[in-house]
Design a protein around this ligand. Structure first.
Ligand SMILES: NC(=O)c1ccc[n+]([C@@H]2O[C@H](COP(=O)([O-])OP(=O)(O)OC[C@H]3O[C@@H](n4cnc5c(N)ncnc54)[C@H](O)[C@@H]3O)[C@@H](O)[C@H]2O)c1
Length: 256
């Protein structure tokens, strides 16, 4: 079985300009990995790139919307020319639209909003997997982490049904691909964060977050870096016999 040191590895992170993705970018860069950052927020992405490059880390970045396959293909080609084979993929970017801090109920939801969430959360996850896997097969090495949510496991009134549906679908995709790709030494796992203190979560206001904290055995929100540490384990050689799993990072909220 082939293993590779993290310091020799190259990781593509989507949604890397903010929140959990930004923490992943910082943490992996500090571990010596080459980080390829994707986000559609141009200013924040450029700032994150600069911040990491100024510290001497190996960084490349591409601004695009992950919902569009042809744009992801252009990003993939850019990175391939810049840094070569990417052995690790963290599909992190995701959206959870709110309206004045609340999620729409099914009877309020527009088909356009439903479609956009499917395009970003689910198709966006498919896109880079589809693009990176052929090279991973060739190299007989790959680590893929998909981002689900505890909203895939239970009803959370704070999100809309498009969000929980796409996050549940990501678990199906993860398990299927773990089965399909294991023979090529490609590991595919998912994380299911609970409430992590990021701009996405702070959008809903203190009261909602306090209710989650009250129901969480560890009695607080998680931090983006606590998510990054679990992802580090999942992409490292230490998890070499772990694939097709969903790891909850939720402070004990909903023990399954
Ligand atoms: N924060 C939480 O409590 C929590 C809980 C469970 C799951 N998650 C999941 O973790 C992931 C990261 O969440 P976060 O809280 O850090 O979110 P965030 O909103 O703070 O950051 C998401 C990043 O993704 C980027 N992005 C969004 N859509 C994009 C697109 N179409 N193309 C390119 N970039 C895009 C945004 O610009 C942003 O930089 C998401 O998939 C989210 O669903 C978060």
């Amino acid at each position: 079985m082939q293993t590779r040191l993290l310091s020799d590895r190259k990781v593509l992170i989507t949604g890397a300009a903010n929140g959990i993705g930004a923490a992943l970018a910082e943490h992996f860069a500090q571990l010596g990995m080459t980080v390829a950052l994707v986000d559609y927020h141009a200013d924040r992405l450029a700032e994150k790139h600069r911040e990491l490059a100024d510290q001497g880390y190996k960084v490349s970045s591409y601004c695009t919307d992950i919902a569009d396959f042809s744009k992801c293909q252009a990003a993939y080609e850019y990175f391939y020319n810049e840094i070569g084979f990417i052995d690790t993929l963290v599909n992190n970017a995701g959206i959870s639209p709110k309206h004045e801090g609340s999620a729409h109920k099914i009877w309020q939801l527009s088909p356009e909003e439903w479609q956009r969430v499917v395009d970003v959360n689910l198709n966006g996850t498919f896109n880079f997997i589809r693009l990176l896997v052929p090279q991973m097969i060739e190299h007989k090495f790959g680590k893929i982490i998909n981002t689900s949510s505890v909203a895939a496991h239970a009803y959370l009134p704070v999100v809309a049904c498009h969000y929980s549906t796409t996050k549940a679908a990501i678990i199906g995709l993860t398990r299927h691909l773990a089965g399909e790709l294991g023979t090529y030494n490609i590991h595919v796992n998912a994380i299911a964060p609970g409430r992590i203190e990021t701009p996405m979560v702070l959008e809903v206001g203190d009261q909602v977050n306090q209710r989650v904290i009250d129901d969480t055995p560890l009695g607080r929100l998680g931090s983006p870096m606590e998510v990054a540490k679990v992802v580090e384990f999942l992409v490292s050689n230490d998890s070499s016999f772990v694939t097709g799993q969903v790891v909850d990072i939720a402070g004990g909220w909903l023990m399954r």
